[in-house]
Design a protein around this ligand. Sequence first.
Ligand code: HEM
Length: 404
Amino acid sequence: MAYERTLDWNSDAFRGEAYRHYAALRQASPVFLSQPEGQVPIWYVTGAREVEEVLLDSDRFARDPSRIDAQFAAMLGGEQSIAFLNDHMLNRDGESHRRLRRLVNKAFTLKAVNAMRPRIEQIAETLLDAAGPSGRMDVVSQYAFPFSIIVIAELLGVPAQDRDDFRRWSHMIVQQVGQDLSELQRCYSEFAAYMLALIDQRRAQPADDMISALAQVEEEGRMLSRSELCSMIALLIIAGHETSASMIGNAVHMLLQHPATLARLRDEPALMPNAVEEFLRYDSSVERAMVRFVTQDTTLAGQRLQRGQLLIAVVGSANRDEALCANPGTLDIARPVCPHMSFGKGIHYCLGASLARQELEIALNTLLRRCPGLQLAVDPGAIRWRYVPNFRGPDALVVNWSVD
Ligand code: HEM
């Protein structure tokens, strides 16, 4: 599969045919070393069994780069402002990870998330009130992103009116590649300064929100450090909206590509929870898990991996593996749920999975109810994918619908 080595995995050309490429890779080499010229080699893992093995084994496949080499970790940690946003649970393993995750687990239980349902429904209605009269909108920028940002901002206690700033900072951080480094640096600094000011303000005047609770927390006699606190909030903001927003975009895209499914879901809204699982499986907004560092020389699917190498588990490919589900290339919202890996596996299993499921159900139910005759307003071939390394979602999705 020599030709794959030269491909840009984030390009439109790749994303437009991603599942065809992944099927070919699973067949030929489910653990594949990609080495475009001048770039660091990365192992891409596309087989379901191998993806699961990687995500479940944080001893061999670590998120924390300091387990490889202190120098490498220091280089990744980089400048003060970057360290202030990267010192979070998704970059830790073992006890250090458990300690941080315990602090926020409670806020994301199914019970806590269910209590938010009425407010989340109201947010969806309000956004469609604003877009409704024209019968036309870009689902991504006018619905999916504002919806997901407002939900997570309200949960944390971050002023929702600053959402344009979060969206800008967050986009630059997840995009990373192909960016002006000084711009990226400025973005990290602005985001960190904003967070630190907010934390200080809530320490001085606590409110009934998660930032205040975290700012007060003392875990086993140890306060969270300022960088841990700042990074935790930044992670929740970024992981808590980029993923759900793109997933709403993907789900609407799938429905527009499958009109019979759209009609069925409109007629049978009780199918929605099942449909959400199938949307997550069929076209997940987290196409690839975060990079892992190989901690020891090891073998995976017959390939010899060396300590210090980089590896990416492609969950979007695992979800289309026949080892995981029958007829994986068919979107079937009524099938018994296939056990997908879109929320990951193991210690880093998505903290916000219940919230994400609820957001998706509400956003899609409200859209289908409020927008009869929903259809794509542009040529399907004109749809572009966001140029981001791990996430997958349309850049824009302009739709129209009938208005009375
Ligand atoms: C459809 C939406 C979502 C998808 C597909 C998704 C997917 C994922 C995946 C695959 C991981 C594991 C990454 C890895 O192992 O490299 C993850 C972790 C995480 N997710 Fe989500 N996520 C979604 C929504 C959310 C929401 C709404 C939140 C809310 C705060 C959230 C917070 C997190 C956090 C904090 C982690 C890190 C957990 C840890 O390190 O223990 N996610 N997510």
